[in-house]
Write a protein that binds this ligand. Structure first.
Ligand SMILES: Nc1nc2c(ncn2[C@@H]2O[C@H](COP(=O)(O)OP(=O)(O)OP(=O)(O)O)[C@@H](O)[C@H]2O)c(=O)[nH]1
Length: 698
């Protein structure tokens, strides 16, 4: 899902701009099949443009009708004014200093005087005096207003954007934030290529599938086919990606199979895969990780080809695979759908060429192109420190051509290309679009997922790298929170959330289905709720990565996040909500959509202990011999018992002992005996989580 942060136009605003009543505008919009509820509904930029185009078309037509000419002139002028206004707004957004031209027609100037849209652009910080000048008001008035808000300032002191915006809005201004675009950002923004400069480029392919279905074998078979054909006995050097050639056309395969890597890269904004090959073993069929992979691919909106592998086996049943795929909405082409399925055997080398041809076919349909005649841009897919070589990184060139001697910048690391090697370990001087190359010459080891750009010289590269380091520190401080239930309503209101993506993890499939159905049914005109992935089991790092890449909320039902997943969620600012009752999950989402969710309590984890032995104590029941893994366990804390990521019990501690003594708490690194109130089914390997509910001040 794309989260749209652009400014939104409401129906009544547009109606005002177009000199129409909201009702008229709504009916015109409905004619265009643009569904709007009322005058407060927001419109997409494209929709605004569409209606504007339509109205200006109409204007031209009716212009021919003489008796209406005068009227229409005014209308058209009005549109021109609005267009100017938009250009003006845009130019402001771009940081341009173009002044707004005066309204041409006096008649309109007068008419519009009253409700003219006043726009003001405010930087992150400015002094009261500067704000006053921008609005052409007396600074003391502003100071009074600020004091009323509890902000004591003098005329030469700075206030921040938020406060300045509030004041400006009180004066009836529409506020735009001044975008400070520095050199770095401008460099990062790729100038679009001219169609005539574009040339076809090879597709970049990732192989995914369930464990043991043959991803690695397939990649090996693909590489070997090519090696035997082209350079007998050639040994492929591992650089993270390999290039194969068929019918004189190249295909690039990323060597790390699996959707974890795929989604981790995507969460970092590095979507390099053009096509996914989904491997499904013909003897085993669609398995949980197959489904997971499919959901990851769907969320990324990347075309997919299914390789039905192991067809050499007597137990192979390709039709069953196709049926199972169809049930997931992936109907094979031969059955009238549009999923390409290719039967292969990685082991017996059957169907590999056919698969490669299909990849080329899909690539052709995708019209993959790049401009080889400009400085390179790419993505780091692997990087390490190598003895004798220093930092070494594999880069996939995505546009332009990378050459020896180029000054490069990747994340906070800079350098100069000293040497390059292709996937077969051959020294090369340049690498064009889609090509993977091993690059030597970085100052430090860059991070996988970092974007690489070529800049004018090494000095500039170093400067920019240093500037980035500073920016990164700042960014970390105010890293953007992803969507969360708590602020869902305000995000909907702002128009920044139109589609709420949800990932469901539950203890049993029945709950996944039930939740999915009830949650999706909550969709309304403002937000569409979409469950992008649902599965049984604990919340894993992969789930969090998917949530981060797709701006989704994770809902856990009777399951817990794995420790790593929890840490990652904190880092990635992914909202995880855990429930024990389906109804509560539904009610929470419902309330969140209406802005009625009041987070009254939040859970604070105290500690986690692992059950290492279970003792039967006559008259008492089972007591768990535990080791405190983290934090501490308190005698009076609430606890839950987690088994393989599934919550099996929630309750209280009945007894907490160190050796024979009752204690109030046990710290991390110590052993203890825990008896659980009304729960006897404790097992070795269970995790006891101790927590407290803390009230959140409103
Ligand atoms: N009969 C037969 N066996 C195959 C074929 N492809 C792979 N295998 C076998 O299936 C097993 C798993 O293959 P891998 O290539 O390791 O599968 P993978 O999907 O990469 O597995 P992970 O990396 O563990 O996720 C191995 O024992 C392979 O020899 C095939 O086409 N036919």
């Amino acid at each position: 899902m794309e989260v749209n942060n652009m400014s939104k136009t409401r129906v009544y605003e547009l109606a005002k701009e177009l000199n129409l009543s909201s009702k008229d505008l709504i009916s015109k919009l409905n004619d265009l099949d643009i569904k709007v509820k009322n005058h407060m509904s927001t419109l997409e930029d494209e929709e605004v443009e569409l209606i504007m185009d339509l109205l200006s078309d109409k204007t031209q037509q009716t212009e021919e009708v003489n008796q209406q000419k005068e009227e229409e002139d005014i209308f058209e002028d009005n549109l021109e004014d609005i267009e100017e206004e938009r250009v003006y707004k845009k130019s402001f957004k771009k940081g341009g200093k173009k002044n707004k031209k005066n309204n041409k027609k006096a008649v309109l100037t007068e008419e519009k005087e009253e409700d003219e849209i006043k726009i003001i652009t405010i930087p992150e910080f400015l002094t009261v005096k500067e704000l006053a000048e921008k609005m052409k008001v007396n600074p003391t008035e502003i100071i009074k207003k600020l004091i009323a808000k509890g902000i004591m300032v003098t005329v030469n002191q700075q206030i921040d954007f938020e406060n300045a915006a509030k004041i400006a809005e009180e004066y009836g201004f529409l506020v735009d934030k001044e975008e400070v675009k520095d050199e770095l950002e401008m460099l990062l923004e790729e100038t679009p290529d001219d169609e005539k400069d574009l040339q076809p480029r090879p597709p970049i392919v990732t192989v995914m599938g369930h464990v043991d279905h043959g991803k690695t074998s397939l990649l090996d078979a693909i590489r070997n086919t090519n090696v035997t054909m082209k350079e007998m006995g050639g040994i492929t050097q591992h650089i993270g990606a390999s290039v194969v050639e068929i019918n004189d056309k190249k295909i690039v395969f990323l060597d790390t199979p699996g959707h974890e890597a795929f989604t981790a890269m995507r969460a970092r904004g590095a979507s390099i895969t053009d096509i996914v090959v989904l491997v499904v073993a013909a003897d085993d069929g669609v398995m949980p990780q197959t489904v997971e992979a499919i959901n990851h691919v769907k969320a990324a909106n990347v075309p997919m080809i299914v390789a039905i592998n192991k067809i050499d086996l007597p137990t192979a049943n390709p039709d069953r695979v196709k049926t199972e795929l169809s049930e997931l909405g992936l109907v094979p082409e031969e059955w009238g759908g549009n999923t390409i399925c290719v039967p292969v055997s990685a082991k017996k080398n059957i169907g590999i060429d056919n698969l490669l041809e299909m990849i080329l076919l899909v690539a052709e349909m995708e019209d993959l192109k790049a401009n080889p005649n400009k400085p390179a841009r790419g993505t780091i897919i692997e990087a390490k420190l190598e003895k004798g070589k220093g930092p070494v990184a594999t880069v996939i060139v995505q546009n332009g051509t990378l050459q020896i001697g180029d000054a490069i910048l990747a994340g906070t690391v800079y350098g100069k290309v000293r040497a390059m090697f292709d996937d077969k370990g051959r020294r090369i001087k340049k690498a064009g679009p889609s090509m993977p190359v091993e690059v030597l010459g970085f100052s430090e080891v860059p991070e996988a997922g970092d974007k690489l750009i070529v800049v004018e010289d090494e000095k500039k590269a170093r400067e920019l790298a240093e500037r980035r380091k500073e920016l990164q520190k700042e960014m970390e401080l105010k890293r953007k929170q992803k969507v969360s239930l708590e602020d869902l309503f305000s995000q909907i209101q702002e128009g920044s959330v139109k589609e709420l993506n949800i990932i469901i993890k539950a203890d049993v499939q029945g709950s996944v289905e039930a939740l999915k159905k009830s949650i999706e049914d909550l969709s309304n005109e403002e937000v569409r709720i979409k469950v992008i992935h649902g599965a049984v089991g604990a919340i894993t790092e992969t789930d969090v990565m998917l949530a981060s890449a797709s701006n989704a909320i994770i809902i856990g039902f009777n399951v817990r996040p794995e420790t790593n997943a929890k840490n990652l969620a904190e880092k990635e600012k992914v909202d995880i909500k855990l429930y024990r009752i389906i109804y509560e999950a539904i009610e929470d989402i419902k309330a969140a959509m209406k802005g009625l969710l009041e987070p009254k309590y939040k859970e604070v984890e105290l500690g986690r202990a692992e059950v290492r032995a279970v003792f039967r104590v006559p008259g008492v029941g089972n007591v768990a011999g535990c080791y405190v893994l983290s934090g501490k366990i308190l005698r009076n804390s609430d606890i839950r018992v987690v088994r393989d990521g599934i919550v099996v019990y929630e309750g209280k501690i009945a007894s907490l002992k160190r050796f024979k003594d009752d204690v109030r708490e046990v710290q991390q690194g110590f052993e203890c005996g825990i008896g659980i109130d009304r729960f006897n089914d404790i097992k070795e390997g269970d995790i006891i989580e101790a927590y407290q509910m803390e009230e959140i001040p409103r």
